[in-house]
Design a protein around this ligand. Structure first.
Ligand code: HEM
Length: 143
């Protein structure tokens, strides 16, 4: 169960990154328009859905993962601090921003709102992913 969820959580990162990136490009190209049309709305929605799916899987993993440990060394160990605090917190803030960007952007029909909120969210997500080159976090794969 944990390993299936972990593989899904790991692989889904690419869909999150892809759809956030497409959304940002779409928002940028339509910056001057005063209406959200169907293709853009759909991409913004996919970006939102994939980040929310990650949130759900991440929440379950938080309680099942052996990497999330709470003891007196949690804060002094780079890996356990990352999985117990930095990763969930960074991702949570990013997902809140993306959700705000989607709903405010839709309400005001503003591509600029989507662009700003999704861009900040994407930067936070990239910074909070345990990339394989972050060797202090232990062994992590690209997929
Ligand atoms: C867009 C949001 C997120 C992305 C892109 C993301 C991405 C990732 C990636 C790439 C890994 C490494 C998987 C591997 O070992 O190969 C990971 C691990 C993990 N994530 Fe997330 N994550 C997100 C949100 C969250 C949230 C919100 C939580 C918790 C509330 C969370 C909890 C965890 C935990 C506990 C692990 C360690 C799982 C393990 O290896 O045992 N994630 N995440």
């Amino acid at each position: 169960m944990t390993s299936i969820l972990n593989s899904a959580h790991s692989g889904l990162r690419w869909l999150v990154l892809l759809f956030l990136l497409i959304s940002i490009v779409f928002a940028f190209l339509n910056l001057k328009k005063t209406k959200l049309e169907k293709p853009q709305k759909l991409m913004y929605l996919f970006g939102l859905i994939f980040t929310h799916t990650q949130l759900l899987i991440g929440l379950v993993l938080y309680f099942l993962s052996a990497k999330v440990v709470f003891n007196e060394e949690t804060m002094s160990n780079a890996s356990s601090r990352f999985y117990a605090m930095e990763h969930p917190l960074g991702m949570l803030i990013a997902i809140i921003l993306i959700t705000m960007g989607y709903s405010k952007g839709k309400k005001n029909q503003s591509h600029k709102t989507v662009l700003v909120f999704y861009l900040i969210g994407l930067i936070l997500i990239i910074a909070s992913i345990p990339w394989p080159f972050r060797t202090a976090l232990g062994v992590v794969d690209w997929f």
